[in-house]
Write a protein that binds this ligand. Sequence first.
Ligand code: ADP
Length: 462
Amino acid sequence: MFKSIKLKLFAWFLIIFSVILTGLGLFLYFELKSFVMSQLDLQLSASLQTIADVMLIEETHGQLQMELWELANVKGGEYSKKLSGHYYQISSSSGEILSQSPSLSLAEAKLPIFKDSAAPRFAAITGPNNNELRVIYQSMNFSLGTLTLAMAESMDKSFELLENFRDIIIFTLPVVFIVAGLGGLLIASRTLTPLKTFSSKIGQITEENLSDRVDERNLDTELQPLAISFNKMLGRIEEAFARQRQFLSDASHELRTPTSIIKSYCDVTLSRDRAAKDYRDALTKVGDSVNRMCDLINRILVISRHDTKTMQIRPVRVNLTLIIKDVIKLLETTAANKETTINFTDKSVIVSCDREAITEVLTNLTENAIKYNKQGGTIDIAIGEDGDWAITTIKDTGIGIPSEEIPKIFDRFYRIDTSRGQTTGSGLGLSIVKAIVDAHNGKIEVESAVGKGSTFRVYLPK
Ligand code: ADP
């Protein structure tokens, strides 16, 4: 409903506060009501007891009749005023009224005749003048028989008190409610201030100052985890940006060499008229550089497809042996040039993979095994299985890879010490291998010893 946290907090505050206040108001009202009623009942009991005591004393002196007459003609006090709201009445068990307070008799009014009751009883009745009365009555035995004493008090005063209290609550509650609401709004906006500060700090981070971080130590405890996660995310973005920049600069650098070659051949060849053979030679060199550029661009394309997760894998069931045989055939001449022997332990292992892509992986690895091998070296290729994995092992007897370099060789454009004798290569081969193996949900392992050789193991899910 509300999109703003501040309004949500405010609404919740109002709802909770109004429930509490209304509950409290009702509780106080009913508590007060029951207190007022109990006080009234206590007062009535005390008055009844007083009259009963006097009657009992006069009874022992044989002057009960006289006392009844006096009670009906009391001169002063609240019982002597007409319809004062304070009444008493004494009746016999036959229903005859023997005595009543002048407050009743002056108005020719009477209380109802109550039934005999040995224990004191309370009741609410409508008395003279339609007044709400609270009554206590009790029957006692006298020489005149069983007499019922009834004392009544108007409830007007009690109702007035309760009404006043109710009015106070009704008028003060909205005021308290508004003040509390404003307080709630203030609390809500103060609570959210750190969030605003935090968001403005985030807003200051742009592409130019990606290395800046939000200082979580100055933030409230609740915001610290958010800042830590945000800083981690910034770190990842910064790394990704750096990788992209590096990739762009490496790619431009790699493309510059063949471009310069093409340019200089064109410039030199076109500087004067030449024989047809010279043009042919120049075009052949230009063609070589164009091929190199195409190869490079294709490799960059494979890697960027991997990055954007758009590399298309078209899996088919294929025997790995067939792929390896193709690769060996393709690299036969290259291996022969370096007098390298390729041994292959034939084994039929069927995997579901993109045939072209896996051929590229195994060609790259075997090409490296030849390229970084010593003259007259050996390459052992084997296929194995381990559970759900099909494992292709390519082992060479070449220059090996220093252990600290192993984690880096799959990075784009990374070449170990370009002076290791190999001028050809862009440092993209193993990145492509890893990208393709990743896209097949496979993995690749390297073991190497400098001067002895390297072993690459490609795991593909069968
Ligand atoms: P390059 O185009 O340089 O061959 P790669 O990505 O294929 O690029 O390999 C990255 C680096 O890893 C190479 O420069 C090389 O130093 C090292 N390397 C790869 N394969 C081997 C191997 N079989 N033996 C020794 N070093 C290797």
